[in-house]
Design a protein around this ligand. Structure first.
Ligand SMILES: [Cu+2]
Length: 476
C-alpha cells in the first residue's frame, strides 16, 4: 500500500473508529459482542455490479464459484479488523464465507475475484468464494477500512503462497511499521490502570530491578524491552512532600546493558546518583520529595532516547504534605511511544531518532489499545482523578476524555480548581514529553467515554482507551 495515501487516511480512519465507538453502546471487543440479528445484508457476487439491488442472502454462488462447497469459514469483522485475520483451509476449492459483523458500522469482505459479502453492524451475511491453491487475500472495501487494518489472508495447507506472502508484508494494524504482525505472539498482559495508594510513613526504601525481557506491546508485536520492575511502564511511586525516597536500583548480572535512573522529582546532581551501573551492579538513589506534582523517572544512560523508547520510564506522584482531597476513583496513565524493531528485538533507535517522530504505536500504560479492549469501569456520576504522564520520548500529548470536561487540572504546578468562581473547565491537557498532570472529572451518564490524545493521528495507532460508566448503555 502507498504509505503517503495511508498517512493521509489515518485521521479519517481514526475519526471513523471514534465515530463507531460513539455511535453505539456495546463493547467493541469482538469476543464479547453477541450477534443476534442475522443475514439481512446484501451479498454482491461481482465487482461489476456494486449497486445491485438488495437480495435475500445467502445468494446462490456465482458461476466462477461453482463446485461443491467444501466447508464454511466464519470471519468476524469489527472496528477495525478481522478475527481471525489469517485462516487456513485443507484444500483449494469453493467455501462458504460467513461474515459476522461484531462492529457497529458497515463492513464487507472483498476478494480479488470481485466477490463481496457485506453486513451492517451487528448483522451476519454469507457468500461463497473459490480459494485457489496459492491462497488469497481479502479486505474490507469500505473506504479507509483496509488501511486501518481490515485485511486478511486465507492459505491452503501445505502450500507456500505468493498471494498470501505478499499480503503478509502488509499485514497487521499498523501497515507502515515495516514489521509484520505475528499471529502467534503471546497475548499482552493487561496493566491495572488504578493508581496505587500513597506509601505509608515518611521514609521509603524501594527496590527497583531493571529487566531486559520480551513484552507484547500491541496485539501481534513483541519487543525486547528494558524495564524498571516487571513491566513497562515502571511502577507508580506515590509519596508526599517531605518524604524521603531511597531507591535500591539493581542491574542484574543477566542483563546485557548498563542502565541508570533519573527522578525528575529529585534535586540531585546529574553526575552523582544518575550514573550508569553495569550488569551485576547496584546503587542507592536517595531523594527528598520537595515539590508536589506528577513527575517522570527514566533511564538516562546514553543514548537516553533509546533507553526511554525501549521502555525505561515511570511515574512519581508527590502529593502535597496534607495529601490530596479524596475522590471516588483514581487511575494512573502514562502515554508513550513505540518505534518497532524486528519482532523479539529492541525498538528501532533510527526510527525513534527521526527529526519528525513517527511512532508505530502511541500507548497508554505500555500496550496499544489495552483499555479499548478492556474498558475501565466507573460508576456514573462518581468523582474520578487521573494522574497523567507523557513519557514520550518525543511526541506531545493532548490528553482528552471524550464526553466530559475536566473540572480540576493540576499541570506542572498550575492549578485549575473545581467550583472556581468563573466555572472554568478544561477539555484537553497539553503535555510535552516529561510533563505530568492531575485531571478530575465525572461521567454524567451511563455510556462509553474514549480516552485519547487529541492528536488524532495517534488514536489509530494505539492511543485509545475507554471509560465505561454504568453498563455502558446510555439508552437504558
Ligand atoms: Cu537504560
Amino acid at each position: 500500500m502507498n504509505t503517503r495515501t495511508s498517512k493521509r487516511l489515518l485521521p479519517l480512519i481514526a475519526l471513523l473508529t471514534l465515530i463507531a465507538l460513539l455511535s453505539g453502546c456495546v463493547t467493541i471487543d469482538p469476543n464479547r459482542r453477541q450477534v443476534e440479528r442475522t443475514d439481512t445484508s446484501r451479498v454482491q457476487a461481482a465487482a461489476l455490479q456494486p449497486q445491485a439491488s438488495p437480495v435475500s442472502a445467502p445468494q446462490q454462488a456465482p458461476a466462477t464459484n461453482a463446485g461443491p462447497v467444501l466447508g464454511t469459514l466464519e470471519i468476524h469483522a469489527f472496528e477495525m479488523g478481522f478475527k481471525p485475520a489469517e485462516l487456513t483451509v485443507d484444500q483449494p476449492g469453493t467455501y462458504e464465507i460467513k461474515l459476522i459483523n461484531d462492529g457497529m458500522i458497515l463492513h464487507d469482505i472483498a476478494f480479488p475475484d470481485g466477490t463481496k459479502i457485506e453486513a451492517q453492524g451487528g448483522q451476519t451475511a454469507s457468500g461463497t468464494v473459490t480459494i485457489p491453491a496459492e491462497g488469497l487475500t481479502f479486505i474490507c472495501s469500505v473506504p479507509g477500512h483496509a488501511q486501518a487494518g481490515m485485511r486478511g489472508t486465507i492459505k491452503v495447507k501445505g502450500q507456500s503462497s505468493a498471494a498470501t506472502a505478499q499480503a503478509d508484508d502488509h499485514g497487521g494494524p499498523a501497515p507502515e511499521t515495516g514489521v509484520a504482525a505475528d499471529p502467534n505472539a503471546p497475548a499482552y498482559e493487561l496493566r491495572d490502570p488504578r493508581a496505587p495508594a500513597r506509601l505509608a510513613g515518611e521514609v521509603h526504601d524501594i527496590e527497583l530491578v531493571m529487566e531486559e525481557k520480551l513484552m507484547t506491546v500491541a496485539e501481534g508485536y513483541v519487543q525486547k524491552v528494558w524495564t524498571f520492575g516487571p513491566s513497562v511502564p515502571g511502577p507508580v511511586i506515590r509519596v508526599k512532600v517531605g518524604d524521603t525516597v531511597r531507591i535500591h536500583l539493581k542491574n542484574p548480572a543477566s542483563n546485557q546493558m548498563p542502565h541508570s535512573i533519573d527522578f525528575h522529582s529529585s534535586m540531585v546532581a546529574w553526575n552523582d546518583e544518575m550514573r550508569s551501573i553495569n550488569p551485576g551492579e547496584e546503587l542507592i538513589y536517595e531523594w527528598k520529595a520537595e515539590y508536589a506534582g506528577v513527575f517522570m523517572y527514566h533511564c538516562g544512560t546514553a543514548p537516553t532516547l533509546h533507553h526511554i523508547a525501549n521502555g525505561m520510564y515511570g511515574m512519581v506522584i508527590v502529593e502535597p504534605k496534607e495529601g490530596l482531597p479524596p475522590v471516588d476513583h483514581e487511575y494512573a496513565l502514562v502515554q508513550s511511544e513505540w518505534y518497532l524493531g524486528p519482532q523479539g528485538e529492541v525498538t528501532d533507535l533510527t526510527k525513534a531518532a527521526a527529526a519528525a517522530p513517527a511512532p508505530d504505536f502511541v500507548v497508554f500504560n505500555g500496550v496499544a489499545n489495552q483499555y479499548k479492549d478492556h474498558p475501565i469501569q466507573v460508576p456514573t456520576g462518581e468523582t474520578v482523578r487521573v494522574f497523567v504522564l507523557n513519557a514520550g520520548p518525543s511526541v506531545d500529548s493532548a490528553f482528552h476524555i471524550v464526553g466530559t470536561v475536566f473540572d480540576t487540572v493540576i499541570k506542572e504546578g498550575v492549578v485549575l480548581t473545581r467550583d472556581n468562581p468563573g466555572r472554568w473547565g478544561s477539555q484537553a491537557v497539553d503535555l510535552a514529553p516529561a510533563q505530568g498532570a492531575i485531571v478530575e472529572f465525572h461521567l454524567a451518564e451511563d455510556g462509553l467515554y474514549p480516552i485519547v490524545t487529541h492528536a488524532f493521528n495517534f488514536v489509530g495507532r494505539g492511543a485509545l482507551g475507554l471509560f465505561q460508566a454504568g453498563d455502558g448503555d446510555p439508552q437504558k
